[in-house]
Design a protein around this ligand. Structure first.
Ligand SMILES: NC(=O)C1=CN([C@@H]2O[C@H](COP(=O)(O)OP(=O)(O)OC[C@H]3O[C@@H](n4cnc5c(N)ncnc54)[C@H](OP(=O)(O)O)[C@@H]3O)[C@@H](O)[C@H]2O)C=CC1
Ligand SMILES: N[C@@H](CCC(=O)OP(=O)(O)O)C(=O)O
Length: 423
């Protein structure tokens, strides 16, 4: 970063300021307009114009392959026909959700007769910096728009053409629904300098950085507006001494292999020492059949045939690949200490038939979703019933976990009087 000449930087900052000013000026229209109409139009346009989107995506993929992008990143960059179905269905489902805006919640009467409550309103203009995953350009905007927000988007550079194609479809959808196109803008360059410029853009109401550690650290350091981090997932499954081991095995397989490149995939299994001798060979067999490499602690290694030693520095790594760490722990306490030290507050799961152990885990493991006898892959807005998500917040204020339309709103106080004066 910092490679741009001063005049180019000024031009970039001016462009972003103009986009932000344009969006801010139209916020009331966006909140009052036919937002569901825009979502439904986008679903239809995606179906009609899918070949155009795929063409742009093929160009992105070709360039990314030539640049040697990792398998995990190529997987997230590639759009497939099944994505069209799920994106269009997602848009229609969000359109069908109740409008989160306008209601007055918790209306109550004060002793002086004043009726007070909270009205739900959009956050405003949201800056979203995210990975090279074009599906997010549809999902995140749909969630933000449902809640009456405008968005300034800066997706991963490898997805630039795909994002241009999708944002131009958003503009058509907004136009069809009579909403201003300023509701959705794409930063018109792949220069990383734009990320710094977004951090300094005080016209934003919120910045959401979704990505790896470097991005999150940069935005948290530089931003001049509130930040909701959507950070990496160093997710664990703790297999308790009272776990149903067949269930634990299924949860480990699902967490690691169902979609290894996503942030809610499983990265490490912590196994109680009393069940390690039985469970670890089962785990190794199943993982070997699925091409998963095991990296193990010194206590686990003798119980495994092909695992390699896990290096000290890798206990907080997120592989996003077919690699799984394994550690033998002395019990629940030890597992919780390990998670507190190496986890990333994303997703933590316990497998046990002991409700007391489960409750202690649910209360003490600090993560945006804690699960008992279920796969870490459930940390997803759709799976948790939000309709869709912009991502999974690993910040605690004001939302922790998947953020759906409701999480992209706030409230203001409303007071309904009959001429009351304060004494
Ligand atoms: N919590 C959540 O909801 C989610 C979290 N994630 C996490 O995202 C990560 C995977 O995505 P990946 O593509 O690897 O993420 P990256 O962090 O590499 O990229 C994400 C975005 O950050 C930018 N970026 C990366 N590093 C820097 C830097 N040093 N300075 C400025 N900008 C930077 C990228 O820009 P550029 O395009 O220029 O490279 C891109 O726009 C994983 O850690 C995953 O867990 C993913 C999805 C959801
Ligand atoms: N929503 C996802 C998880 C979060 C996500 O978007 O992850 P990623 O595919 O890494 O961008 C899912 O489980 O389907």
């Amino acid at each position: 970063m910092g490679e741009l000449a001063a005049s180019q930087r000024e031009h970039l900052e001016k462009t972003l300021r103009e986009l932000a000013e344009g969006a801010r000026a139209r916020l009331p229209e966006i909140a009052k307009g036919n937002r569901d109409g825009a979502l439904l139009a986008m679903a239809r346009l995606l179906e009609e114009a899918w070949p155009e989107v795929l063409k742009a995506n093929q160009e992105d993929l070709k360039e990314a392959e030539e640049a040697g992008l990792s398998r995990a990143k190529l997987d997230r960059l590639a759009l497939k026909d099944k994505d069209l179905r799920s994106l269009a269905e997602g848009l229609r489902q969000i359109a069908a959700l109740p409008d989160p805006l306008g209601r007055i919640e918790g209306l109550s009467k004060r002793p002086n007769g004043l009726r007070v409550g909270r009205m739900r309103i959009p956050l405003g203009l949201i800056g979203f910096i995210y990975e090279a995953r074009p599906g997010a350009t549809v999902e995140a905007v749909s969630v933000a728009l449902k809640a009456g927000n405008a968005m300034l988007l800066r997706g991963g550079k490898e997805a630039f053409r795909s994002n241009q194609a999708l944002v131009s479809l958003w503009h058509r959808a907004l136009g069809e629904a009579g909403l201003p196109v300023e509701a959705v803008s794409l930063v018109p360059t792949t220069e990383r300098e734009a990320i710094l410029a977004m951090c300094r853009l005080e016209l934003l109401d919120l910045l959401i950085p979704r990505g790896g550690e470097e991005l999150i650290r940069l935005v948290q350091r530089e931003a001049r507006v509130p930040v909701l981090a959507h950070a990496k997932g160093v997710n664990h499954l703790y297999v308790d001494e009272r776990a149903d081991l067949d269930m634990a095995l299924r949860l480990a397989i699902n967490g690691k292999t169902q979609r290894p490149a996503v942030c809610n995939a499983l990265e490490a299994v912590l196994v109680h020492e009393r069940v390690a001798e039985v469970f670890l060979p089962m785990l190794e067999r199943a993982m070997r059949e699925r091409g998963v490499e095991l990296r193990a602690c010194p206590k686990a290694l003798p119980l495994l045939k092909e695992a390699v030693p896990a290096q000290e520095e890798e206990w907080d790594w997120e592989y996003l690949d077919l690699i799984l760490r394994v550690k033998v722990v002395s019990g629940l306490e030890d597992a919780l200490v390990h998670i507190a030290r190496y986890g990333s507050r994303h997703t933590e799961a316990i497998c046990t038939e002991d409700p007391k152990a489960a409750w202690r885990f649910l209360e003490e493991a600090d993560a945006s979703l804690v699960l008992w006898n279920a796969s870490t892959r459930f940390n997803d807005g759709f799976q948790l019933g939000l309709g869709a998500e912009i991502g999974i917040s690993t910040s605690k204020l004001h939302a922790y976990g998947p953020m759906g339309p409701m999480e992209l709103t706030t409230t203001k106080w409303v007071a309904l009087g009959e001429g009351q004066e304060r004494e």
